[in-house]
Ligand binder design. Structure first.
Ligand code: TTP
Length: 186
């Protein structure tokens, strides 16, 4: 049985993966997440998921390594984690009363096979005003979340509708990863 390593520092990804994999370990892959000029959102998240997996695979060449990246996309703009309150206000104001996409790419890397997939989910926000955003910022929830919100937490109050994978929005598309893990372990 090959060892499985989740290349992530995210407690949410660890929790999600535990629903489909009984035994695995976790190692954070600290990589540069700067967007390359003119890089498309899909290319960006795919590249990052691959780089995270590769980073950990380099020192664990006998393991199966899972890397992933989640970004929020609106009008082709990539929205990552907010750097400060103003950034959070700008981001959530952009999402207010509109539909956006949450895209998560994951890479499963092993000696024999490397597979990368991207899962996109549509999320529709209600109208959100600045006072609500500032109050939300002070809960401490948006700080480490792509797009400055967490659908699994208080941020759920902004979400009118979702069409796609809930686990993908939280960081790991479980249905797709389970399928790819099967393929890689064959
Ligand atoms: C939109 C959204 C994002 N997120 C999270 C998922 C990701 O953890 C985070 C996006 O940042 P990522 O850079 O994808 O991941 P990370 O830095 O948390 O962890 P690592 O790179 O080590 O794997 O935002 C939520 O938890 N809920 C949401 O509703």
């Amino acid at each position: 049985m090959q060892k499985i390593i989740l290349a992530s520092q995210s407690p949410r990804r660890k929790d999600l993966l535990s629903h489909i994999v009984a035994k695995f370990s976790v190692q954070a892959a600290d990589i540069d997440e700067t967007v390359i000029p003119n890089e498309s959102p899909i290319t960006y998240v795919s590249r990052l998921s691959l780089e995270k997996a590769q980073h950990i695979f380099n020192s664990n060449p006998d393991a199966i390594v899972i890397g992933s990246d989640t970004s929020v996309i609106i009008n082709d703009r990539i929205l990552g984690k907010p750097v400060d309150l103003q950034d959070c206000i700008n981001t959530l104001s952009l999402l207010s009363d509109k539909q956006h996409q949450v895209i998560t790419a994951f890479t499963v890397m092993s000696k024999n096979k490397t597979i990368t997939q991207v899962v996109s989910t549509d999320v529709l926000f209600k109208a959100v005003n600045e006072e609500e955003i500032i109050n939300y910022w002070h809960t401490g929830e948006p700080q480490d979340k792509a797009g400055s919100y967490a659908i699994q937490g208080i941020g759920a109050k902004f979400v009118k509708a979702i069409n796609g994978s809930v686990s993908s929005v939280v960081g790991l598309p479980l249905v797709e990863i389970e399928q790819v893990l099967k393929e890689v372990m064959e």
